[in-house]
Design a protein around this ligand. Structure first.
Ligand SMILES: N[C@@H](CCC(=O)N[C@@H](CS)C(=O)NCC(=O)O)C(=O)O
Length: 202
């Protein structure tokens, strides 16, 4: 049965679009053409009304990281989810860590720059977000020393999930000049065909 992905490409649903293109699995977009995350029967799938959400047969799932880990485990083309328990745990670690250590901080900077009216911008909040990113980004840069991807030489769902969070560093023009391993890793992730397919706004 074809999986259904709820949510517009402009939402976190693009993260799930990325993995379905990596996995090469058939899917349906729901609700087709809508930009409204709360529209149609979206609330039946995620009562919280947030995108993305997934329907796979009679199974429903929300949260982009969880959806991607599920799809990687189920279809696992090209080793998107490694076979060892420890490596699977590392995929979860980097996904949860990205949400916990990076996502809100990057979103704070992004919203302040592109959404908040100039007179309402909060320089202190942005400075605090910038400051709290420096340690996790140093950790990530060290992790990527002498390796192409988070777990080694192979692109996995850990890279996909974490890079999809780090994608916000592009519009805010985050300065990675002193963190070249992150810059190179993001380039490798964003050069992938499946990423480009997911980013085509429909
Ligand atoms: N942690 C959630 C975040 C989901 C989320 O906030 N989605 C936004 C779009 S990016 C949404 O649906 N917002 C609509 C709303 O809050 O009403 C995930 O990664 O799936």
């Amino acid at each position: 049965m074809t999986i259904k992905i709820y949510g517009p490409t402009t939402s976190h649903a693009w993260r799930t679009m990325w993995i379905v293109h990596e996995l090469g699995i058939p899917f349906e977009r729901m609700p087709e053409g809508s930009k409204d995350a709360k529209g149609a029967d979206m609330l039946q799938v995620n009562p919280d009304g947030k995108a993305p959400a997934l329907v796979d047969g009679d199974f429903k799932l929300f949260e982009s990281m969880a959806i991607n880990l599920y799809l990687a485990a189920k279809y696992n083309k090209g080793g998107m989810l490694p076979t060892s328990l420890q490596e699977q745990a590392l995929c979860q670690q980097w996904s949860f860590w990205g949400v916990a250590a990076l996502e809100n901080q990057l979103l704070t900077i992004l919203v302040d720059k592109f959404v908040t009216a100039p007179e309402k911008r909060d320089r202190n909040a942005v400075a605090a977000a910038q400051k709290s990113l420096s340690r996790p980004f140093a950790v990530l840069n060290d992790t990527l020393q002498a390796r192409d991807f988070l777990l080694g030489s192979t692109f996995t769902v850990a890279d996909l999930n974490l890079a999809s969070i780090c994608a916000w560093t592009k519009p805010i023009k985050y300065d990675f000049s002193l963190l070249p391993n992150i810059a190179g890793w993001l380039d490798r992730c964003f050069l992938r065909w499946a990423y480009k397919m997911a980013r085509r706004v429909k």
